[in-house]
Design a binder for this molecule. Structure first.
Ligand code: GLU
Length: 490
């Protein structure tokens, strides 16, 4: 455990049935920030008991995503810890043992009802207007009835007995919560095939891992009374229950709860599309929490300093792509040039503009080039498109046909010719000399307006009407290639 200075223990416990998405990561971030703020321990537990939906790839991707975001955990996969293992699939014997204890103590019972029987009775409840859910049919089976079921070849589930009455608890965000048990029927802990359900595994682990604070999505609020019931059966006193803080929903732009259906929700998508981890964290930090003023630029360090549960709102937060993009652009502009080059590199490699083993020369050109685009991109994925003209070999360099049609008209020919004449005699190839030569030849001698003068040169050199600044582009491209591109057009 890394330097824990308090006994606060917070966990992030995803079920990786797909790539982690915006909602998961907002939860992970708040868990992490709360643990860091309080000097506590951040536990990362993988809830992978649903083997039909969780795959090894998704588990590996979840670990990778958390690492990429910089949400370092103190206990969990890869780092271990005193309360492991941290993959639920490796803890099945523990859940089985607790289920057996609950059966022995009479807190739970074997239930033999088949899916079809449950379904039929649910329909009957619906038409009678009575609360839905398990009706307690198997609660008090006699030994003879159990024997008959077994003889008939039925395998039972283990079902937790929910006593009559109410569950109350204080949610750290939502305040006093009360659940009427008429609406919290007896629930399944272990399936007929012996596999544990989420409610059993999550509650057992939170107790055994000595979790003190459960910050998680509001969609799990309704499962809380069942989890408290499991704590109770485990003999945990109410004053020792973990504290719950249910984070507000994240809504999509359309005001519908953000879900996989909204498309761009997976963190892998943002990574592939050139978003910086610190921008994602900055944006998600503000999606339901406020630092107390209206600042929008938050570093991870500031978040750990400022994060308190009191400042998490109750109201749903709306995901705003434009705001995330704006923050991403700001974070890109704030990077040191060498850092930006390093982060742009994999995108350049994916676009096959730089090889997998970049040469010193390529890296130098990239470092020289990124300042040209640093002010104008909102994500790293735009960079290859803007810089391809510098990295493509001449035989692959091509002018965008639309730009050619609009700019490289008959009028452009004398401009290109004059540019060649002006640039050829330059003794040194650098920005100020290039700029002075072109201005003198095109603006003064030919009397052109800058837009008309430089447009054709820009298209000739960069292949497009939208490009990094022209004189810098010429300087970086070099004398030989620049003159060759111009000469090709006359
Ligand atoms: N594993 C659960 C999920 O991903 C969350 C568990 C929890 O936070 O209580 O939905």
């Amino acid at each position: 455990m890394a330097n824990a200075t308090s006994s606060i223990r917070v966990r992030f416990a995803p079920s990786p049935t797909g790539d982690l998405h915006v909602g998961n990561i907002r939860t992970a971030l708040y868990d992490w920030a709360y643990a860091r703020h309080t000097g506590g321990t951040f536990v990362f537990r993988i809830e992978d008991t649903d083997t039909t939906r969780v795959t090894d790839e998704y588990v590996a991707a979840a670990i990778d995503t958390l690492k990429w975001l910089g949400l370092q955990w103190d206990e969990g996969p890869e780092v271990g810890g005193a309360f492991g293992p941290y993959l639920q699939s490796q803890r099945l014997a523990i859940y089985a043992e607790w289920a057996q204890k609950f059966l022995d103590a009479g807190d739970a019972y074997h239930c033999f009802c088949s899916q079809e029987e449950l379904e039929a009775r649910r329909e009957a409840q619906k038409s009678a207007g009575t609360p839905p859910g398990y009706d307690g049919k198997c609660r008090y089976l006699t030994a003879a009835e159990i024997g008959d079921y077994r003889l008939a070849g039925r395998s039972p589930v283990v079902r937790m007995r929910m006593p009559d009455g109410y569950t109350t608890f204080t949610d750290l965000i939502r305040g006093a919560m009360t659940f009427d048990h008429n609406y919290v029927p007896d629930f399944v802990l272990v399936r007929a095939d012996g596999s544990p359900l989420y409610t059993l595994a999550v509650a057992v682990d939170d107790v055994l891992m000595k979790i003190t604070h459960i910050l998680r999505g509001e969609d799990l609020l309704s499962s809380t009374p069942r989890q408290l019931r499991v704590y109770d059966a485990m003999g945990v006193k109410p004053e020792d229950y973990p504290n719950f803080a249910h984070l507000p929903f994240v809504m999509g732009q359309d005001n519908v709860k953000l879900s996989k259906r909204n498309g761009e929700v997976s963190i892998a998508w943002y990574r592939a599309n050139g978003f910086l981890p610190e921008a994602i964290c900055n944006y998600l930090a503000l999606l339901g929490w406020s630092p107390g003023d209206d600042r929008e630029d938050i570093s991870m360090k500031e978040m750990t300093e400022l994060f308190t549960i009191e400042r998490v709102g109750k109201n749903p937060a709306r995901f705003d792509m434009k705001k995330l993009e704006a923050i991403n652009g700001d974070k890109i502009r704030a990077l040191a040039v060498s850092d930006l080059a390093l982060r742009a590199l994999p995108f350049m490699q994916a676009a096959q503009l730089i090889g997998n083993e970049p040469s010193a020369d390529e890296l130098q050109v990239l470092e020289g080039a990124v300042p040209l685009i640093q002010e104008r991109v909102i994500n790293l994925a735009e960079i290859p498109g803007l810089l391809s003209f510098l990295f493509l070999p001449e035989d692959l360099f091509a002018i965008d046909p639309d730009s050619a049609a609009k700019v490289l008209t008959a009028d452009a020919r004398p401009i290109i010719k004059a540019s060649i004449l002006a640039l050829t005699p330059l003794t040194s190839w650098e920005v100020t000399g290039i700029e002075a030569a072109l201005r003198a030849a095109l603006l003064e001698d030919l009397g052109l307006k800058p837009k008309n003068a430089f447009g054709p040169v820009r298209v000739a050199i960069t292949g497009a009407r939208i490009s990094p600044p022209l004189f810098e582009s010429l300087a970086l491209l070099g004398r030989e290639r620049s003159l060759a591109r111009l000469s090709n057009l006359v």
